[in-house]
Design a protein around this ligand. Structure first.
Ligand code: GUN
Length: 296
């Protein structure tokens, strides 16, 4: 193995420390405590784990955490009423509605009912449009975390060839926008892309976000490229399971210049960036300067 390991776990800890530092200053200098509200509808086990972890880390950073757990059969009207209450609550600076929602609920409608200034997920169409036009927005947490790792490793990304595998609204598309805003030449690949291997091999930066275990082998990677693996896939391993990314770590690490591991790469950055977005939203809401290095 020759690649540098990009330690997202350690980097996320530095982001959380910066957030906690800023929160302490907001409290002592302005008497403001940033607040994050998380809404969970239903009992999806993975979502329950995420929401618990979000609440814990929010409190550890010194922020107020509001958890709203609603039954799986909650009506759309009731959920929209809850979002409306949180929009109006001055103690809530960030709102996150955990996805996926139960099938009878219209996710787009619910997400677009969140006040864009409190949309710490960056999923509201206003924030998507602002990001797409290079304007100040709330930026989706996972791509923001990837961008922070890339900037930390490379400094400037200007002029680099970036290949994003996956076109989801949560990762692929906003990731491509962020890389474009940092002056990369960006290609987005997806399930219908022809010559996927040849296209991926052009990338000085490869971001894999497809949700298919170990789909990208090392011979797709340009020697020396930086590989950001967003995948978190649970696969059988004897009578247990283990987590793997979208990239075949061992063969990619032979060829890449730098690579994120799974677990311990991009994963921990997502919640760290959620906390960062909440502080950013709080500062904007109060007309205060934003923390440095925590936004795109
Ligand atoms: N479910 C999985 N990832 C996410 C995320 O980043 N935000 C929300 N709201 N739900 C998710």
């Amino acid at each position: 193995m020759s690649a540098t390991i990009l330690d997202g776990k350690a980097f996320a800890a530095t982001v959380r420390a910066k957030v906690a530092d800023h929160v302490a200053r907001l409290k002592s200098e302005h008497g403001i405590t940033p607040g994050l509200a998380v809404v969970l509808v239903g009992e999806d086990p993975a979502s329950q784990v995420y929401v618990r972890s979000k609440g814990k880390q929010t409190k550890e950073a010194g922020m107020a955490s509001f958890e709203h757990r609603l039954p799986a059969d909650t009506s759309e009207e009731a959920l929209l009423r809850m979002v409306d209450q949180l929009n109006k609550d001055p103690g809530v600076h960030g709102i996150l509605v955990q996805l996926p929602l139960p099938k009878h609920l219209d996710s787009d409608l619910v997400i677009n009912s969140i006040d864009p200034a409190k949309d710490v997920d960056g999923f509201h169409i206003s924030n998507v449009g602002l990001l797409g036009t290079g304007q100040r927005s709330m930026v989706p947490c996972t791509p923001l975390g990837c961008l922070m790792l890339l900037r930390d490793h490379h400094g400037s990304l200007s002029g680099m060839e970036a290949v994003v595998i996956g076109r989801s609204n949560i990762v692929g598309k906003p990731m491509a926008q962020l890389l474009l805003n940092d002056s990369c030449t960006v290609t987005i690949c997806h399930s219908r892309t022809k010559d996927l291997k040849e296209t991926v091999r052009r990338g000085d930066i490869v971001v894999a976000a497809v949700g298919r275990p170990e789909m990208v082998p090392g011979d797709w990677i340009k020697p020396g490229a930086t590989v950001i693996d967003v995948g978190i896939n649970r696969i059988p391993d004897g009578d247990k399971t283990r987590l793997v990314g979208d990239c075949d770590f061992d063969s990619c690490a032979e060829v890449a210049g730098a690579i994120t591991p799974v677990p311990g790469g991009v994963g921990p950055m997502t919640i760290a960036c959620l906390l960062a977005n909440t502080v950013t939203a709080c500062c904007r809401a109060n007309g205060l300067p934003e923390p440095e290095g925590l936004t795109a």
